[in-house]
Design a protein around this ligand. Structure first.
Ligand SMILES: [Fe+2]
Length: 361
């Protein structure tokens, strides 16, 4: 769009010369207000394109609500996080994406490092999302929170015996821990938090201690770890809290039964707190509708949206004072590690090296 004297072509077509516009100036705030609605991105189209790893009915309902409120249509492309990141890289400047929604601060940091996101300044986002749960430069914002908890077999483990992540290295757990691969970002980010809190030597020793207690070689996803604890393959596993919430509330009766056999420990309550992470979003570097993208993010951290958005995946809202889903309320409040999550991405490489060196495959 070309501009004359700072006014867009559309504006000039409508109101004539710059001189005429100057005569109209007292009325300008109203006129500009009308032109800005319903969604003035750079493209001017009332649309926002979202690349999301999430595919929950609650998200669909929320996006519809956003459209009702703003007139901005939300178009969603769903795929795995790695696919979406690869797609953004491939599309480059031509990408139609305005927003990337994905999980884990480590992965959001990766998207930032690869130049796929842009810095956003929004008082709304900055006041709703606690500082530790967003990028310090505004490249991404946490939208929901998850805890890395210890799932244990209720009939074989006394939870008093395993109150910290460090306790997992105790020899009483030899042959009793199941885990997923160290290539998984949840494990990488968790180890990054141990490096941040205790340094690389302690992190190295921790990995060796846990590996020595493995019941089997790492395999599967978090749900598989819960299944294997319930089935007696092992007695303890590190998993993200929402996997237990999902199973407990799922359609599948067998899954609900499995989850009931497993107890949850929120580790490190006497110390730095339980390791937490987020699913979050950023505005893409080449967003054609960046103003709409920011409005969508601001909507997703509003009180109205936070509860539903978090509940869609049995996660915790990032915004203070928003009600938790009943299952999470039953589990109770807990102390979270206050570490700024941007550190997890920064320590990602070091964590990967320690996993390799210490033999967690
Ligand atoms: Fe997950």
């Amino acid at each position: 769009m070309t501009a004359q004297g700072g006014f867009s072509r559309a504006f000039l077509t409508r109101f004539g010369s710059v001189a005429r516009i100057r005569r109209l100036l007292p009325a300008l705030p109203l006129v500009v207000g009308l032109l800005v609605l319903p969604g003035c991105g750079n493209s001017g189209e009332p649309v926002v394109n979202v690349y999301s790893h999430r595919h929950y009915d609650t998200d669909e309902a929320l996006f519809q609500r956003f459209t009702e409120m703003t007139g901005i249509e939300v178009r969603v492309v769903s795929a795995s996080a790695d696919e979406l990141i690869a797609r953004l890289e491939r599309e480059g400047e031509a990408s139609p994406a305005d927003v990337l929604i994905t999980v884990d601060a480590g992965r959001l940091h990766r998207a930032k490092e690869r130049g796929l996101l842009r810095s956003v300044s929004s008082r709304e986002l900055e006041s709703a999302v606690p500082e530790a749960l967003r990028d310090p430069d505004g490249y991404w914002f946490g939208l929901t929170k998850r805890a890395r908890i210890i799932a244990y077999a209720r009939d074989r483990v006394n939870p008093d015996d395993v109150q910290t992540y460090g306790d997992l290295t105790d020899e009483q757990w030899a042959g009793r821990i199941v885990a997923r691969s160290s290539e998984n970002i949840y494990n990488v980010s968790h180890l990054a938090s141990i490096i941040a809190a205790n340094g690389p030597e302690v992190a190295d020793a921790w990995v060796r201690g846990v590996v020595a207690n493995f019941a089997r070689a790492p395999q599967g996803n978090d749900t598989d770890q819960i299944r294997d604890v319930a089935a007696g393959v092992g007695d303890l596993a590190l998993v993200n809290s929402y996997y237990v919430g999902r199973l407990l509330n799922g359609e599948d009766e067998a899954g609900r039964e499995l989850a009931r056999q497993v107890g949850l420990i929120f580790p490190n309550q006497g110390g730095r707190g339980t390791h937490i992470n987020v699913s979050g979003a950023g505005v893409t570097r080449h967003a054609p509708n960046s103003a709409n993208a920011i409005r969508l993010l601001e909507f997703l951290v509003s009180e109205e949206a936070q509860r539903a958005f978090a509940e869609g995946n049995f996660e915790y809202p990032v915004r203070e004072g928003v009600q938790w889903a009943p299952t999470l309320a039953e589990w109770g409040d807990f102390r979270s590690d206050p570490l700024p999550l941007s550190r997890l991405g920064e320590l990602n490489n070091e964590a990967v090296q320690i996993f390799d060196r210490a033999g967690w495959r």
